[in-house]
Design a protein around this ligand. Structure first.
Ligand SMILES: Cc1cc2nc3c(=O)[nH]c(=O)nc-3n(C[C@H](O)[C@H](O)[C@H](O)COP(=O)(O)OP(=O)(O)OC[C@H]3O[C@@H](n4cnc5c(N)ncnc54)[C@H](O)[C@@H]3O)c2cc1C
Length: 511
């Protein structure tokens, strides 16, 4: 059986490896000349930057994808553990390290303000509970809505009811954090777990507090060679399993026959038959652009698809290293409410933003010439609105970002230390990765009740179409899209085998 994977983001690569390991013939298409989607690399003048994701949590998800093929992740990738997880620079001049160990973190918080350590311990206990519930209801299976989670779970038994009560339905991440944490700066730090999904903590459902435990349980890891080493490892494994890769080949549309996938047509006009397709293109754009017509209209009517936030990245090649930085740093805004109000409600860049920094040369010196640093600076911005023109907006906003780093992170001589510079804007992200309105993290998680739900991995509109990536279940971020690819492949496999066992000759004849 031949399966096409449209897009070689981490979700697409994970689906391709899983399918190939289970015996399917797989061809991966990507419009870009490189494989890996947003996990791209910029290498120039002796500096090497990861262009997109830099924080890798839950390597066990990646390990599971490799285990599908009976391989050990360690034979393909060298991972280095980073603790502290993040160093936090606050606007009041204080600095705080987020540590792996909850007891050590709680003690550090008590040194900051006596009494707040217990609140943190209690919050992390809740986070662990919500993580367990997420494992039970959402992860490793295709889920499209609240109704789905209970259908899959079977009878509505007492244990399910208990878990539902514990999900804090109707409450937000921001509100939940503040119930436990009586220090606005520490609360601001924890708010930033929802920045992993590009959504406002004040509008995201409390279940996303689970991210804290998802991060602390396994810690943060750096792949030697940069995040880029992750797609490289997946592609290497895929090649060993017989996956065919076709970079620089954009898919123009799907061909359907009787409401089922029959193949695809490339931009160059090549028409190719396939038995099934896994689309790693943004889920909404898959329907609108690769399918269109009444099917796309039906998909659009099912719910509102709000893009997650976008971002500006500055790649700064420096002729010095700032020794007071950790590998991952957050330089926080003066006021999280003002910041999130601008990004998520007004749809305008925040006047005083939070900057995330990756200073990779302290873990891998080869990323910069001796004594220098390849400093990566990411600032979240709203998803693209019609009036945004980043060619005009970037120079002024670049200065806002540099001023913030000089003022709040003690990098006073930053501007005179820049010897190489490139930038990525929301418009670049939109064009490079074919996402919705320049969104970095797929669809937003806004909505107190159903914000955690994304389109499921098996299309309910088109037989033989499966979805993987940041805009599909279970959502964005490296571990989630890798899981998304695995779920899409597993669901396809189960449907195919089910249809075969029923004597209907695979997906094509299945009802
Ligand atoms: C600046 C930035 C920072 C980030 N930081 C982090 C982080 O620190 N940690 C983390 O976990 N996550 C982070 N993320 C998010 C993470 O990168 C994404 O969630 C994840 O990589 C997206 O994977 P994906 O499978 O959705 O595919 P994508 O990476 O979006 O790739 C999709 C691919 O499909 C291709 N494609 C689309 N349409 C077609 C078509 N019609 N034909 C052929 N090819 C097509 C595109 O060219 C693209 O290569 C960051 C993202 C960005 C941009």
């Amino acid at each position: 059986m031949r399966v096409a994977v449209i897009g070689s983001g981490l979700g697409g690569l994970s689906a391709a490896v899983t399918l190939a390991a289970r015996g399917y013939q797989v061809v991966v298409f990507d419009k870009n000349p490189w494989l890996g989607g947003k996990a791209a690399v910029l290498e120039e003048k002796g500096f090497r930057f990861d262009m997109g994701p830099t924080i890798l949590i839950r390597p066990s998800v990646l390990r599971k994808v490799f285990a599908e093929a009976g391989r050990r992740l360690e034979d393909y990738l060298t991972l280095v553990h980073l603790d502290p997880q993040w160093r936090c620079f606050f606007d009041d001049g204080s600095v705080l390290d987020l540590l792996d160990d909850t007891a050590a973190m709680s003690a550090a918080l008590d040194r900051r303000k006596p009494g707040i350590g217990q609140g943190f311990t209690d919050f992390m206990r809740l986070s662990q509970e919500l993580h367990r519930i997420s494992d039970r209801f959402f992860f490793w299976k295709s889920v499209d809505s609240m109704k789905d989670t209970f259908r899959i779970q079977g009878a509505f038994d007492a244990a399910v009811l208990k878990d539902v009560m514990r999900m804090r339905l109707g409450k937000t991440v921001g509100g939940t954090i503040r119930e436990f944490i009586k220090d606005e700066r520490v609360a601001q730090m924890l708010d930033h777990y929802t920045q992993y999904v590009g959504s406002s903590p004040d509008a995201s459902p409390a279940i996303l507090c689970a991210i804290g435990h998802m991060q602390s349980e396994e810690g943060i890891w750096y792949p030697m060679g940069g995040t880029r080493a992750v797609p490289e490892a997946l592609v290497r494994l895929g090649r060993e399993l017989g996956v065919e890769y076709r970079p620089s080949c954009e898919v123009a549309r799907l061909t359907l026959h009787g409401g089922r996938v029959a193949g695809l047509v490339t931009e160059a006009g090549e028409s190719l038959p396939f038995d099934a397709v896994v689309s790693n293109e943004d889920a909404v754009r898959t329907y609108r652009e690769l399918i269109g017509g009444s099917i796309a209209r039906r998909f659009d009517k099912r719910r509102t698809y709000e893009p997650a936030c976008s971002g500006v990245v500055l790649y700064l090649g420096l002729n010095r290293r700032y020794e007071h930085l950790a590998h991952h740093d957050f330089v926080f805004s003066r006021d999280p409410h003002e910041e999130f109000h601008h990004i998520y409600e007004l749809g305008e860049p925040a006047p005083d933003p939070t900057c995330y920094l990756a200073s990779t040369s302290r873990t891998e010196p080869a990323t910069a010439p001796a004594g220098g640093d390849a400093l990566y600076v990411l600032v979240h911005t709203p998803y693209l609105r019609p009036h945004h023109d980043w060619a005009k907006m970037l120079p002024e906003y670049r200065q806002v970002i540099l001023n913030k780093l000089k003022r709040t992170a003690g990098m006073e001589d930053l501007e005179s230390r820049i010897v190489f510079e490139r930038a990525l804007t929301p418009e670049d992200i939109h064009a490079r990765y074919k996402v919705l309105n320049g969104a970095i993290y797929g669809l937003s998680s806004h909505g107190r009740w159903s914000g955690a739900f994304k389109p499921g991995n098996a299309s309910s509109e088109v037989e033989g179409l499966f979805l993987a990536g940041g805009a599909a279940h279970p959502g964005p971020g490296m571990p989630m899209v890798l899981m998304s690819g695995w779920i899409a492949a597993d669901t396809l496999d189960q449907k195919f085998r089910g249809a075969e066992a029923a004597g209907r000759g695979g997906l094509r004849e299945s009802a």
